[in-house]
Every structure is written in C-alpha cells, then in structure tokens.
Design a protein around this ligand. Sequence first.
Ligand code: B4P
Length: 190
Amino acid sequence: MLNLILFGPPGAGKGTQAEFLIETFGLVHLSTGDLLRSEIAASSPLGTEAKRYMDNGELVPDSVVIGMIKNKLENTNDAKGFIFDGFPRTVAQAEALDQLLNNNGTPISGMLSLEVDKPELVARLLNRGKTSGRSDDQDESVIENRINVYNEKTLPLKNYYSAQNKQFEIKGMGTIEEIAARLSEVVKSL
Ligand code: B4P
C-alpha cells in the first residue's frame, strides 16, 4: 500500500501532478479542494459553508475536511493506495489522518513537497483564474492571503513529517514533465 501526500503552496502544481501520479502508480485521488468544489456546485449545506472561507482564501474548518476524508476512506475498497492532494493543511488534520491510517495499519509512505517561488505561484494562479472560473484565483489580494495562510498554518507540517523521516522536497519549477520525472524517481524509491 502506497499512501502519498502531495504538498505545497497554492499553485505549486499539486492537482496537476496528482493526475500523473494516479495514472502512473494506480492510486486513488483524494483532493479536498475538488471535494469542496463539488459540494459548492451541488449547493449543499457543507458547500455553502465552505464557499464563505474559500472565496476569501481562508482554510475551511478542520472538522469539515477531516469528516470528508474519513467518509471517503471508509467508503473506498480495494485501493492500492491513496494520493492526498491539498490535505492535510494543518497539524490537526495531519494528526487526524495519522490516526485514521494507523487504525488501518497503512501509514503515510511519503510526503512530497513541491518547492516553488512566490512570483511563479502568483503568476500561475492568475493565469488559471482567466479560464477556470475559480473565484479564489482571480483576485491578487485573495491569492496573497492564500499564500500567507499557507505560510502560517500549513508550512509547519514540513517539520511534522520530517520528524517522521517522511518529507521529500522536490523542485517544483520547470515544465510539468520535468517535475513529474522528479516525483516519479522519489516515489519509486519508497
Ligand atoms: P486547492 O484546490 O487545494 O487549490 P490549490 O492550493 O490552488 O492547488 P491546486 O492543486 O488546485 O493547483 P495547482 O497547484 O495544481 O484548495 C483551494 C481552497 O480550498 C483552499 O484555499 C481552501 O480554502 C480550501 N481547502 C482545500 N483543502 C483544504 C483543507 N485540507 N483544509 C482546509 N481548507 C481546504 O495548479 C495551479 C495552476 O498552475 C494551474 O493552472 C496549473 O495548470 C498551473 N501549473 C501547474 N504546474 C505548472 C508548471 N510546472 N508550470 C506552469 N504552470 C503550472
């Protein structure tokens, strides 16, 4: 069982590289961003609550995202492994994930951290905002807030996983193919 976390700031290429890892290694994709956007599209009560946070570049409360992931893990059978994309984003989420996976005897194999400069992050997100319709990609002050929230609440997870010897830093600048090749090399070594 291969359980991977794809980690990095907004715009680092998590969703982009997740597609490659799913195809290459046959893993099940769990993206909290995608799950939340489906709830918003369905106008569910959860989606309505999440939208308020996402539109401002804030994190959705831990209890909401942990509940969503727990539900997905409990309802997925026969997986060769999971790729967690955009989750965990806080220490409380990481602790909850460890507990869920350790109960199943299938701990995290590696946390893959995509390292990208801030100007490149902003440029990628503004570029996606032109076509994606994502409200959180269109306003530079919201993007700035997402990066600040990442630095404050999510970055500390690098210490959390390096203390478990599970953190791998991968250069996230360059073409999508170059980055995929770097990731592949690390995943094959796990
Ligand atoms: P996410 O959906 O996770 O969005 P993201 O951080 O922007 O990453 P994403 O995966 O979409 O983008 P990528 O870097 O691949 O989260 C959105 C919001 O949901 C959060 O702000 C938060 O409010 C909420 N949320 C989600 N998970 C949560 C959690 N666990 N707890 C609390 N709240 C949560 O790509 C960005 C762009 O770069 C794309 O256009 C792509 O084409 C481009 N790109 C990628 N690689 C490139 C490359 N090598 N060169 C050039 N462009 C590239």
